[in-house]
Ligand binder design. Structure first.
Ligand code: GRF
Length: 203
């Protein structure tokens, strides 16, 4: 892998995971830099955070393209332009298509706010609370064609407290999730990885 490794980060919202990566990349020893940030919508804090760090941004809204396939092609081309070693979905609320996965499926990772395979989808913390689990957390994984189904890189657990609301649990998970993302991305770019069936190994 190149040194520093080139990261493209995809966001749809507040971008706190992106910010954690930007902060980590300020240390040359981390081994990576964010070369671009992409979004599926305008007017989000994630894009402001990128701009504040001098990182180029691009926006590909699904509705700006005639078909979902056209959107997937545009997103793939925009990401490819930055020649990423790793593409990171950090709160990116879109499922990419076949073309994107053909181009980056070996290096496209996503952070999700539940302990997969429990509670995939858009409402991990809410679904965990409703189910009554006592432990929740976050999962970092390589994206495949399913919804939150790909090979798992790392998981971190946090307690669910009796007085938790969706907001308090979400925030507790996000704090652990950011640390995990920074730690795992650094290890991936510095040490590489192998995927054997579903088993991800960082040497
Ligand atoms: C993360 O908790 C992620 O798991 C979920 O959305 C959140 C993104 O937060 N899908 P942020 O935009 O990085 O602050």
């Amino acid at each position: 892998m190149r040194e520093p490794a080139r990261l493209v980060v995809l966001v749809s919202g507040s971008g706190s995971n992106l910010q954690a990566l930007l902060d980590a990349c300020a240390d040359p020893g981390y081994g990576a830099r964010v070369v671009a940030v992409g979004a599926d919508r305008d007017g989000i804090a994630g894009l402001d955070r990128a701009a504040a760090s001098g990182v180029p941004t691009f926006v590909d809204a699904v509705k700006a393209y005639p078909t979902r396939d056209d959107w997937d092609r545009a997103l793939t081309e925009h990401v490819a332009k930055y020649e990423p070693d790793l593409v990171i979905s950090a709160g990116f609320l879109k499922l990419v298509g076949e073309r994107f996965l053909a181009a980056f499926g070996d290096r496209y990772i996503n952070t999700h706010n539940s302990l997969l395979p429990a509670f995939p989808g858009m409402h991990g913390p809410r679904d965990a609370l409703a189910y009554g689990v006592k432990v929740a957390g976050a999962t970092l994984f390589f994206v495949d064609a399913g919804v939150d189904t790909g090979p798992i890189i790392a998981q971190v657990a946090v307690p669910v407290l009796a007085e938790d609301s969706e907001e308090t649990l979400t925030e507790r998970i996000k704090q652990a999730e950011r640390r995990q993302l920074v730690d795992a991305v650094g290890r991936l770019v510095r040490e590489g990885w192998t995927i054997n069936e579903r088993k991800v190994t960082i040497p």
